[in-house]
Design a protein around this ligand. Structure first.
Ligand code: IMP
Length: 422
């Protein structure tokens, strides 16, 4: 039975939600393995649009058990809003499971993220959802986990301990108002009752599922180039979106993975600060942004837009070990007379096909492009490779050749059925 991972191959926002939704049709477990409510997935089906930040979108399939695994960080205020919105849309959360080891993003994490981002120097352009401070506390071993939340005394002790450290920073470094531990304990004890029915030991749940040969689909958030170690540090998120992160975040051993899907847009986008060699700041960029509706699901920010960067995509394929690619938003590129793809960087006086992850060095790289002929007609009604214009097929072929991974899914619109299965 497949144990699949779906990974963002670029800087996030690759429309992974749609690919997960398609692959979830044959999964029993759909598992979120990293990140928190910085992510945003939109799934459109039967004329309804569902928005997800924390809850795996697989919950929309009645046969699926949707799991928030221990590698995820969870903001319970945000969760509570998301859960209420989904229930209102008629989605049952009975099949939701939340790991005991999930770390909680607390109000002081969000506050610290906001205060840090308000400084001009060193801004990362985060989503201000408290992700970095949560993972920092996890590594510092003062974090609060779901397991702590379930016992009032334990929760109280953890909250007091962490605020002894975080309140002085809030007050003295940023000049902001410290948080009241008693109020936090009270509020979070309330959330404990809300999530208790869903809490379980996720590694054991998934190991049992493996023994019983149940199909598992692991859903990444963000993208490879935002990985804490393999992305463009410091302009990264604080978790591990890469495929190896799926093993860390769930307890599933690397040799159990059978499929690693890379999801890439037919062009590139980035949100927040950081180098972006193929960025377009001209009319072409505006046109792609408008056609692709490139505005963040979580923050509403306009995304930076650029040509497809094959150097970065090949790097992602090698770091993750992609066994298949899903190319999304191909329809956005209709109507351009020619399309550029970046096949090398000019760096320190020479050309290279190797991605440069060091942010200052990447900022100095110049893209080397090849130009491919575009196609005029809209392709959102195409349902097979043969129906695509020859130049669109040639564009896809160029990606496959360069990256060395077969393209098995092509998305030509937001709806489930606007998909070509190769
Ligand atoms: P953080 O994850 O909020 O700490 O933000 C760190 C970096 O990751 C910033 O550049 C964000 O814009 C980016 N980022 C975080 N989540 C997403 C996402 O879901 N899509 C795209 N970029 C993201």
């Amino acid at each position: 039975m497949p144990v699949s991972v779906v990974v963002g191959a670029q800087w996030g926002d690759e429309a992974k939600g749609k690919i997960v939704d398609l692959l979830a049709q044959r999964a029993r477990y759909v598992v979120r393995y990293a990140g928190g409510s910085n992510a945003g997935h939109t799934v459109c089906t039967n004329g309804t649009t569902y928005k997800f930040h924390l809850i795996p979108s697989g919950i929309l399939h009645p046969h699926v058990i949707a799991v928030i695994a221990d590698g995820v960080v969870m903001d319970l205020r945000a969760f509570s809003i998301e859960a209420a919105a989904l229930r209102e849309q008629g989605v049952s959360l009975d099949r939701l499971r939340i790991g005991l080891g999930v770390h909680l993003t607390m109000p002081y994490h969000r506050l610290l993220d906001e205060l840090e981002e308000a400084q001009l120097e060193g801004r990362i352009g985060t989503t201000k959802r408290g992700i970095g401070p949560t993972y920092a506390d996890k590594a510092w071993r003062i974090g609060i986990r779901v397991a702590d939340l379930l016992e009032r005394d334990r929760l109280a002790a953890r909250v007091r301990r962490v605020l002894q450290r975080r309140n002085p920073t809030i007050e003295r470094v940023y000049g902001a108002k410290p948080l009241d531990p008693d109020a936090l304990i009270e509020e979070y004890w309330g959330y404990a009752e809300q999530i208790r029915p869903y809490v379980c030991d996720v590694p054991h749940l998934l190991l049992r599922a493996l023994e019983q040969d149940e199909p598992i689909l692991m859903e990444g958030a963000q993208g490879t180039l935002l990985d804490l170690d393999y992305g463009t540090y410091p302009y990264v998120t604080s978790s591990h979106p890469v495929a190896a992160g799926a093993c860390l975040g769930t307890g599933i051993a690397p040799n159990r993975l059978t499929e690693i899907w890379g999801v890439a847009k037919a062009y590139t986008t980035r949100v927040g600060e950081g180098p972006f060699p193929t960025e377009l700041t001209d009319d072409t960029g505006d046109r792609i942004r408008n056609r692709g509706r490139e505005y963040g699901t979580t923050t509403g920010r306009a995304r930076r837009v650029g040509w497809l960067d094959l150097v970065a995509l090949r790097y992602a394929a090698r770091i993750n070990g992609f066994t298949a690619l899903a190319v999304t938003l191909l329809d956005v590129l209709s109507g351009f007379p020619t399309l550029k793809v970046c096949v090398a960087y000019r760096h320190a006086g020479r050309e290279t096909r190797e991605f440069v992850a060091d942010a200052p060095a990447l900022a100095r790289c110049e893209p080397v492009y090849v130009e491919l002929p575009g196609w005029e007609q809209e392709i959102d009604r195409c349902r097979s490779l043969e129906e695509l214009p020859a130049n669109a097929r040639a564009y896809l072929h160029c990606i496959e050749e360069y990256v060395g991974v077969p393209i098995k899914l092509i998305s030509v619109g937001a709806q489930r059925e606007q998909t070509i299965v190769v």
